[in-house]
Design a binder for this molecule. Sequence first.
Ligand code: PMP
Length: 448
Amino acid sequence: MKDSNFLKEHNGRLMWHPMTSPQDSIDQPPKIITGSEGVCIIDIDGHKAVDGVGGLWNVNLGYSCQPVKDAISAQLEQLPYYSTFRGTSNDAAIELSYELSQFFAPDGLSRAFFTSGGSDSVETALRLARQYHKLRGEAGRTKFLSLKKGYHGTHIGGASVNGNANFRTAYEPLLPGCFHIPAPYTYRNPFNETDPERLAQLCVQALEDEIAFQGANTIAAMIMEPILGAGGVIPPHKSFAPMVQEICNRHGILLITDEVITAYGRTGAWSGARLWGIQPDMMATAKAITNGYFPFGAVMIGGRMIETFEDNPNARIGHGYTYSGHPVGAAAALACLKETQRLNVPENAAARGTQMFTGCQALKEKYDIIGDVRGGHGLMTAIEMVSDRATKTPIDPVTAAKVQETAYQNGAMVRVSGPNIILSPPLVLTEADTSTIVSALDTAFSAL
Ligand code: PMP
């Protein structure tokens, strides 16, 4: 390994980093993380911080989860790779598909299609949705609906259903036939509606209107996150998802939940679908499926999809990845599922999530820079910063970066995304870790 001077000197110069500009990485070199312990990360200078980001919403079990590390090592020894393309399979992938079918049974999902990550899972679900309608003789159903502010990864299909211009504009033209519905975002919405339940109804009415405008028989699927994550942690009113499901069912539109963040306990429930009591046709998962230790994902598939594909000898799936069902990823996922269940991770996520949400709401009372605090469902919380509470003018990036840096110096890594501080720590966080994050933010805001 090169020494730390070499690493610092080359940091940001030779590697183009995601979600920033190459120049920015040179002007503001990224923090170099070289170690970890429990729910903490350690940087190249030996500074230790509680990871309020949880890697990237994925290290749910923390960095020291030995059973997952052991499972990966053992699988590397036994069989480091074999494909699941036509004609071959591997034992770890088969066992995982069994465990996942049990785990997701309450969501009505019992088949798995394995991928290499979240964007792949989204892409897989979109493609299978189109194929489903073709198999049923409705080839005209090709369009996709999604929510503004939604995040669905970076492939062309996912970017096309993304509801945030930052991830779209530079890559246009994207896929034709993708349409966006207003998100149930109480703090800012085109209806100026502040009541979450009424707002849910208005958004659902917009969905009905769009379906009528496009023609239901042209729409393949609606994809949405049960709680919008990267778009700024936007939990809808509890009536929202069931109403969306009812509308989709009524119009023969498939419902895909993008649970790359919300599956496996993040919201305090085992899945986002279970949180809202819905049963999607497909669920895109990734991230915490392997605790971030191995790139892996799974699309879970249910009811009418299964019948259509399994009853039809011509339903050839012309889609898949070299790493679909990778045995090392599958072994990691098996160990993660077991640990997640053994530790009853959603229960802790719910308790610590309440603590974090309440702590952040108290900060809002103290600091005018906080315009809105969102959360209340497990360990996903956002603090939206404004320069003026009355006009809701978003905070400037320099001030936002200052908050992040001061919080870091005071023991908590937090993530700034636009005007939002997004908190998505490991789900095994303790009460003391949670306090560390909130008090580091307190210090950061008071230092402004
Ligand atoms: N969907 C959602 C809801 C996500 O949050 C993400 C990643 N943040 C993705 C898809 C894409 O996943 P990946 O970065 O693993 O491709």
